[in-house]
Write a protein that binds this ligand. Structure first.
Ligand code: ADP
Ligand code: MG
Length: 636
């Protein structure tokens, strides 16, 4: 059979071009990727062999072997894992499926220098071979295939690859790298030993390097010239092949945790934090959890699989087991190893067992306390919060049991701060509450600026009451679903009844009543003129600098933000009518009221009403009519 020529998926070609031309500074990572793939392939077969031991009876000892040939200039990485069929090789080595790579491609700018830095942030897996090789040959045989159904795949990394069935006498995969002339240091055993130790010490499969074994030369007899020692090569195990998480945490260095994270998560960056725990007692388990530095691009994609790696008695069972953590912690990577589940546990079974529920509860607590620890370091927490703050906000609603613990971790901007940074916790807020204040005031708007400058805040600001400023879409939803924290009720500054309570003061209340009765005529005139455009017109108790604002019916619980959210999702909503609040001390309102000509007054009324709508919603249904009215009055 002759080999078939295939074109790579377009993204792969782009990626390969970039790899070939990049000034990639950390070339040796190709070895980590290939060892990682070999180890994954062995884990998969190990798992299958639990129920079908015959699969490995010919070659039962799992191992990864690495051999350099200086004459042929090849570096060969061999594993006796699950192997690939021809179809699998064509699709797995010809397309990019892994999410990280997908994200990488999206982030490419075309600027070679920037792009090559980006490689450092995303995994490119198998294709990293082309950093050091100008040709890669893959020989493989799937565990399910006969000798004749072996595969030979080859590419020079230039847009095409060839593949064909060939006879392969062994199970597993052999990656043969034809090393570039500029990269021959990767043919030196000392260099290889160095890299292997660095990247594979934590891998539970033995990694063996083909090395020269020193044999002393036979003693020379009297009068004879001493003989050159004979050169002998053999495979020697380089890594200690003990799964990292089974070792005592105190003996593990941070770098080891970080390297293991990269193997486990296919992330190229170090994690932000890790937690390694061995728990004894009625439910024995070990967990190793990581918080990544960067959110994956598909964090909000419902279809994306996520979850921990599951091991039972140190045997890899499954990837992305989502049953161990709630959805709002889906960014956490890591593994759990327990003796309390059967080796043949299925995904379905996992969902239902009490062991899973107990583990989920414990692991959730652990992650929340990890995040709590991060919060002690302000800079680190800011870094974390930028990436994952909005996901965390799903928590108080999804996980009622941990509601308060999660709320404690949330951060917001506030009128107390001079910038938009998210640094104020509910606890901070409570510690600064005014005497007599028993509510937590917040406002949701389109942006930080809109929140900060909202007319709804004027009265609260004038009283020196802090207001939390929120502008993320999820904030509206979150605040609509929780009512209190630490016994303090949340009150939206947008709501009609601001519930100032004791803060308003008796005198102020009386004054408001007086103001209302004094301005009866004003209110009536606006009402008559605006007609059914508005729901009602009232005299405001909160406006200080602005002439007017609009409020939606608090009892309907649908604030403007929520409306926009629903409209954006394609729902048709009936037009909502608002109550117009007037500030009778404002010059514009007074000027309007002074108009004796009703037509003129109507223009003022329209302007005062529509500018309130505009301030609140950032847009008007009929902006040109607004502009017309405004120009008419300006050019008077
Ligand atoms: P990833 O490991 O993130 O899936 P890679 O680019 O490293 O991405 O590998 C692509 C795919 O090729 C793997 O998912 C696997 O299916 C297949 N593969 C790579 N190396 C091996 C191997 N040594 N044995 C079996 N399959 C492999
Ligand atoms: Mg890989």
């Amino acid at each position: 059979m002759t080999a078939t020529v295939h074109g790579f998926q377009t993204q792969v070609t782009k990626l390969l071009d970039l790899l070939a031309n990049s000034l990639y500074s950390n070339k040796e990572v190709f070895l980590r990727e290939l060892i990682s793939n070999a180890s994954d392939a062995i884990d998969k077969l190990h798992f299958m062999s639990l129920t079908n031991p015959d699969l490995i009876k010919d070659d039962p000892n799992f191992k990864i072997q690495i051999k350099a040939d200086k004459d042929a200039k090849t570096l060969t990485i061999t594993d006796n894992g699950i192997g690939m069929t021809l179809d699998e090789a064509n699709s797995h080595l010809g397309t990019i499926a892994e999410s990280g790579t997908e994200a990488f491609m999206k982030n490419l700018t075309g600027d070679a220098k920037r792009d090559s830095q980006l490689i450092g942030q995303f995994g490119v897996g198998f294709y990293s071979s082309f950093i050091v090789a100008d040709k890669v040959t893959v020989i493989s045989r799937s565990v399910n295939a006969s000798e004749a159904e072996g595969v030979r795949w080859e590419s020079e990394g230039n847009g095409t690859f060839t593949s064909e069935n060939v006879a392969v006498p062994f199970r597993g995969t052999q990656i043969i790298l034809h090393i570039k002339d500029s990269e021959t240091e990767f043919l030196d055993t000392w260099k290889l030993r160095d890299c292997i130790t660095k990247y594979s010490d934590h891998i539970s499969t033995p990694v063996e390097l083909y090395e020269e074994k020193y044999e002393p030369a036979p003693e020379a007899k009297e009068g004879e010239t001493p003989k050159e020692p004979e050169k002998k090569f053999e495979y020697t195990q380089v890594n200690n092949a003990q799964a990292l998480w089974t070792r005592a945490p105190k003996d593990i260095k941070d770098e080891e945790y970080n390297e293991f994270y990269k193997h486990l998560s296919h992330d190229y960056q170090d994690p932000l934090a890790h937690a390694h725990n061995k728990v004894e007692g009625d439910l024995e388990y070990t967990s190793l959890l990581y918080i990544p530095k960067q959110a994956p691009w598909d964090l909000y994609n419902r279809q994306t699989e996520h979850g921990l790696k599951l091991y039972v008695q140190r045997v890899f069972i499954m990837d992305k087991a989502e049953a161990f953590l709630p959805n709002y912690l889906r960014f956490v990577k890591g593994l759990v190893d327990t003796n309390a589940l059967p080796l043949n546990v299925s995904r379905e079974l996992l969902q239902e067992t009490a062991v899973t529920r107990k583990l989920k509860k414990a692991l959730t607590k652990r992650v929340l306390s990890m995040i709590g620890n991060l919060a002690k370091d302000k800079d680190k927490y800011t870094e974390f919060y930028k990436q994952f703050g909005n996901v965390l906000k799903e928590g108080p609603v999804e996980d009622y049991d941990n509601k308060d613990a999660i709320l404690k971790l949330l951060r917001f901007a506030s009128t107390n701060n001079s910038g938009s940074d998210l640094s104020v916790s509910f606890d901070d807020y409570i510690s600064r509450m005014k005497e007599g204040q028993d509510k937590i005031y917040y406002i949701t708007a389109e942006s930080y600026e809109a929140a900060l400058n909202s007319p709804y805040l004027e009265n609260l600001k004038s009283k020196g009451i802090e207001v939390l400023l929120m502008w993320e879409r999820i904030d509206e939803w979150l605040m609509g679903n929780i009512t209190e924290y630490a016994g303090k009720q949340f009150v939206s500054a947008n709501s009609q009844d601001l519930q100032l309570g004791k803060l308003a003061g008796e005198e102020e209340k009386k004054q408001q009543e007086t103001v209302a009765s004094e301005n009866k005529d004003l209110v009536e005139r606006f009402k008559k003129t605006l007609g059914d455009k508005v729901k009602d017109v009232v005299v405001s108790t909160r406006l200080v600098d602005s002439p007017s604002c609009v409020i939606s019916d608090a009892s309907r619980m649908m604030t403007m933000q929520m409306r926009r959210l629903l409209e954006a999702s394609g729902q048709k909503l009936p037009d909502e009518k608002y109550t117009l609040e007037l500030n009778p001390t404002h010059k514009l309102v007074q000027k309007a009221f002074a108009q004796t000509d009703d037509a003129k007054f109507a223009q003022y009324a329209q302007l005062i009403y529509e500018q309130a709508l505009l301030a609140d919603q950032g847009a008007l249904k009929d902006p040109s009519s607004f502009v017309k009215a405004m120009n008419a009055l300006l050019t008077e």
